[in-house]
Design a protein around this ligand. Structure first.
Ligand SMILES: NC(=O)c1ccc[n+]([C@@H]2O[C@H](COP(=O)([O-])OP(=O)(O)OC[C@H]3O[C@@H](n4cnc5c(N)ncnc54)[C@H](O)[C@@H]3O)[C@@H](O)[C@H]2O)c1
Length: 247
């Protein structure tokens, strides 16, 4: 067990990739905090971890709101659970919109959940990691940040921002013993893809060299590695499990 006793906060862990990450980190011995906007799914993930003999706390959180993230970390302080690992995973997708038709609200909403949320959580986590001289932050970006996603300019900009933010913060805190890395998944089979019509899914899969969508568990395995001491010499990088879609 690579993360025995470590405290891991996973945002958006009520579904898909975040849920798989929470389960995997718990399987590696971590004490998991599920920070999810949807109270019911967050509690369900925590219950699943507890059923399997692990420790999990579900704390309802909206990562796009600074006060909500501050409340999350204040609660962790009360529980005497300073984070060793933070996974900034919470996110969402929207139907494609060309830039010239995008409203301010659409643009803001995408940046707030992905980019602002990553900043708020990272700031709070670092305030607790830096004094202890250890910690790992894993930011979930996307292959969209590396190759672009037509119709998803706001999502792509937010994810590109996360990749760049990762590098800046990694350099800022490296000497203090904290690592910051990013994971850029390709197309992963989760509910976020539910709105994609079957024909488009087939077209997407047709372009993936490995010939299939990835699984949330395959992303979780990369995150578990990066969060562990096995990745002790890795910081500031963007690792992309994408089936060969982008090299
Ligand atoms: N599935 C893919 O193909 C894919 C590819 C690349 C990157 N990603 C990224 O992976 C992450 C997880 O996506 P997924 O595919 O598991 O989607 P998902 O919809 O299955 O899960 C996302 C979770 O985030 C939660 N969430 C949304 N807004 C939130 C907020 N403001 N505060 C807290 N929680 C919030 C949702 O309730 C949900 O439980 C996202 O950041 C997404 O952009 C996904």
């Amino acid at each position: 067990m690579k993360l025995q006793g470590r405290i891991a906060v996973v945002t958006g862990a009520g579904s898909g990739i975040g849920r798989a990450i929470a389960l995997r980190l718990a399987g590696e011995g971590a004490r998991v905090v599920v920070a999810e906007i949807d109270e019911a799914t967050g509690e369900a993930t925590a219950a699943l971890i507890r059923d399997e003999g692990g420790e999990a706390h579900a704390i309802p959180t909206d990562v796009s709101r600074s006060e909500s993230v501050a409340d999350l970390f204040a609660r962790l302080d009360e529980l005497d659970m300073p984070p060793d690992v933070l996974v900034n995973n919470a996110g969402n997708a929207s139907p494609p919109v060309p830039v010239h038709e995008m409203t301010d609200v659409m643009w803001d909403a995408k940046l707030r959940v992905h980019l602002d949320g990553t900043f708020y959580n990272t700031r709070e986590a670092l305030r607790r990691m830096l004094p202890r001289g250890r910690g790992v932050i894993v930011n979930i970006t996307s292959v969209a940040a590396l190759r672009g996603l037509p119709g998803g300019a706001a999502y792509t900009a937010a994810k590109g921002g996360i990749a760049s933010f990762t590098k800046a913060v990694a350099l800022e805190v490296a000497a203090a013993g904290v690592r910051v890395v990013a994971v850029a998944p390709g197309w992963i089979d989760t509910p976020i893809l539910d709105n994609i019509p079957e024909a488009s899914r087939a077209e997407i899969v047709g372009k993936i060299p490995l010939g299939r969508l990835g699984t949330p568990e395959e992303v979780a395995a990369v995150v578990a590695f990066l969060a562990s001491d096995d990745a002790g010499y890795l910081t500031g990088q963007v690792i992309s499990p994408n089936g060969g879609l982008y090299l």
